[in-house]
Design a protein around this ligand. Sequence first.
Ligand code: SF4
Ligand code: SF4
Length: 143
Amino acid sequence: MNRTSRLFWKLCGIEKMDNNQTNFPYNFNSSACKSCRGKCCRGLGGYVWLSMEELERIAETKNMDVAKFANKYARQVEGKLSLQERVINGEHFCCFFDMINSHCEIYEIRPKQCKAFPFWNQFKKDPKKLFLECPGVTFKPSI
Ligand code: SF4
Ligand code: SF4
């Protein structure tokens, strides 16, 4: 396994998202996710920010008490909520990454930050890192 090829730097602020994909210099084909084994959900460690509403919604879907859910799956970082990670053989995995089937266990209700990936503001002007990590992106043809 090549750890340096792993991403999981979910560091963008959820408040800084641009929902207009035409503003980005690349396209994204989600069919690449089927074979990439979740590069954006594992790797060197990072933060998957989630709002209180998102936390409550995921807890409800899992039929869990919100406080118990938060204790088990969330952590506080600089006053914000982030999902917990599992560390196996030095590699960090989001706590909702299914390592056997390589997919997100809460895909339909994953946090906004995950839904927005790979269209994060931090890649708009400089997508080099993204292209090294995400096999689903391709540059838009110049007009
Ligand atoms: S790294 Fe890209 S292709 Fe792979 S799962 Fe994430 S979004 Fe999909
Ligand atoms: S919540 Fe799902 S999509 Fe988001 S990092 Fe975790 S496993 Fe990946």
